[in-house]
Design a binder for this molecule. Structure first.
Ligand code: KIV
Length: 287
């Protein structure tokens, strides 16, 4: 949709034309706990955001862009600059969903003050409404610090990919009773600290159900069962862009196969001098 602006002389505000849908807000999403499941997908670019926006409650500019967009081995090397650039693109491409941006590894763990400076930069430079950060009880004071200062925070517990070097891989978490108990405690701590939403990644159904009961805010599962208040997936996984995806991902399309077929057809046509396009445009104006 192309958007122009008209100046509202009563308020001196430039209003987009056509008037966009109103974005979902933090209080509205928070109130969705226990109701209609919350729909969330990742987006990293303006065009994908445009396509997903009407269908989603939230768009997450995940640091999974490290692997998906940049071909990095993990989310650890992702930078603030990457998150700012992609966050701004997704905000430009959306009108309805709330946009949240991941805080990259190293941008928030040192202190609440470091987290505030990074989160404020992300919100200022992208126009997003919220940030997401990984970690349980250990991050509670940071989440409280941000929330009390006007920065909406989404928590993320269970499998926390930024800690891959500590965890030793991306397997499901909570395999023993002590770890399962800790994850439920983490969920409660993060919600009590003020997170308005909580991502539960890679945990068994029993843990997801207990964590969802313990957390006062809605929980969004990824590989965490339908016991959560909503679901998030990496869009490119769900669209079938990669050969290998986690077992919990349902592929709704075979984008890799379709892109390969289209590219093969294009290559064959060019090599046969079938140049795509309307023949007329090559002939020039009619004489
Ligand atoms: O980085 C990401 O995309 C995420 C979600 C998949 C939860 O954190």
């Amino acid at each position: 949709m192309s958007v122009t602006h008209s100046l509202d002389t009563a308020t001196s505000r430039a209003n987009p034309v056509p008037a966009p849908m109103k974005r979902l807000t933090v209080p509205k999403l928070k109130a969705m706990k226990g109701g209609t499941p919350i729909v969330m997908l990742t987006a990293y670019t303006a065009r994908i955001a445009q396509l997903l926006d009407p269908h989603c409650d939230l768009l997450l500019v995940g640091d999974s862009l490290g692997q998906v967009i940049y071909g990095l081995p993990s989310t650890v090397p992702v930078t603030m600059e990457m998150m700012c650039a992609h966050g701004a693109a997704v905000v430009r491409g959306s009108y309805h969903a709330l946009v949240a941006v991941d805080m990259p590894f190293g941008s928030y763990e040192a202190s609440p003050e470091q987290a505030f400076a990074s989160a404020a930069r992300l919100l200022k430079e992208t126009g997003a409404a919220a940030v997401k950060l990984e970690g349980g009880a250990a991050m509670a004071s940071t989440i409280a610090f941000l929330s009390e200062r006007g920065i909406p925070v989404i928590g993320h517990v269970g499998l926390t990919p930024q800690a891959v070097n500590m965890l030793g891989g991306y397997g499901a978490r909570g395999r023993d009773a002590a770890e399962a108990k800790k994850i439920v405690g983490d969920a409660k701590a993060v919600a009590d600290a003020g997170a308005f939403l909580l991502v539960l990644e890679g945990v068994f159904e029993e843990i997801a159900v207990k964590a969802s009961k313990a957390a006062s805010c809605p929980t969004i599962g990824i590989g965490a069962s339908a016991g959560c208040d909503g679901q998030v997936l990496v869009t490119e996984d769900m669209l079938g862009l990669f050969e290998r995806v986690p077992r919990f991902v349902k592929r709704y399309d075979d984008l890799a196969g379709r892109i390969e077929s289209a590219a093969a057809l294009y290559a064959a046509e060019v090599r046969s001098r079938i140049f795509p396009g309307d023949e007329q445009i090559y002939r020039g104006p009619k004489k």
